[in-house]
Design a protein around this ligand. Sequence first.
Ligand SMILES: [Zn+2]
Length: 413
Amino acid sequence: MEPGLRPSSAFAACCAFLVLALFMSAARAEDIVVSAKIGGDSQRTRFVAFVSKAVEFRVFSMADPYRIVIDMPETDIQVPGGKGRGLILSSRSGLLAPGKSRIVIDLAAPALIEKAELLPPENDLPARLVIDLARTTHKTFLASVKAPPPAPKPEDEPQSAAAKPDAGDRRPLIVIDPGHGGIDAGAVGRVTNALEKDITFDFGKKLAAKLEATARYRILMTRTSDVFVSLDDRSAISVKAKADLLISIHADALDPKRLGVKALKEVRGGTIYTLSEEASDDQANVIAQNENKVDVQAGVASEQTAPVVSEEIASILNDLENRIKKNRSTAIAHYLIDHMKGKMKFNIRPQRSANFRVLKAHGVPAILIELGYLSNEDDEKLLISEEWRTTISSVLGEAISAFMSERQAHIPL
Ligand SMILES: [Zn+2]
């Protein structure tokens, strides 16, 4: 046992702590969490976060699924989504909102927080946040859960600095939505562990720069840093700004357990999705379900409310305004694929539809582009290449610009 950990007697037998490396980079925020460890078994588990500075933590439970959430001031930390131990299934961390970081611990079974305390530095050990968990029943766990805190508001000025929309500016407004961010890393590259949130952010910035350079559009980004923004907020940003187009950018991964490793080699290339009540195919449905779960995984929504219910989608698509949205979204998707296919590798079935929550922005034509699959090695090589991202964002920008110009020439937007 490491000196100074002062375990309760229940933990005396627990000696082999599993190290969960928390990767620190040169922090823009003050470094607070420096590493974390998990020890224990399926009845009692201890989570220890070593911290460089005593700060205020807030620890609480959430249900559906069982989770423990630790909120703290902004901290530059990344917990890899590795396996946990005992009552802890896995954990992850990241920026939840400007000034606020979060660690989410997924539980393997319902557990009560027996202790959550910050121990001062002693001997050679830094200060530690110690959380002791004890197995409990589903009923007791639910009784311990208080109302979850509201989702953080999106950034105050979620727009690119280069083109702030203003009321007198009549140029078409394009919202660029880099998928995931902050505590929600998205998919992870099979070979390089590249994070989807970094790829989408870089691609989004490049696309914004390309479109801004034409001076023909106003550009709004749903996030301008590595921060979490809920799916509903991304959609709301587009509605509030009366956007002419929402482009959500992703690079997801297929699950080898579901499709087999062979399929991962075969399934590759870009896909453009539009919103529909019923998915165009099984794969589109799975991708949409995974995307719609991200708010729950970040600890800002419950599983019961996060997935889009089909009646909601039906009502969204049935009024006149949204029939126009649907037609225009499909036309854009078709046009982009047609104009990009000579320059970008597309999936064998490049145009699909499913009930993506982020695309439901009322009245706003919306598409979600999967740039490729992080589960495919060849796609991963492209996605992590800055040169590829520069080329393809430029090709996409040109195709969007061509579509908007043709539309403006024939049909008022
Ligand atoms: Zn994604």
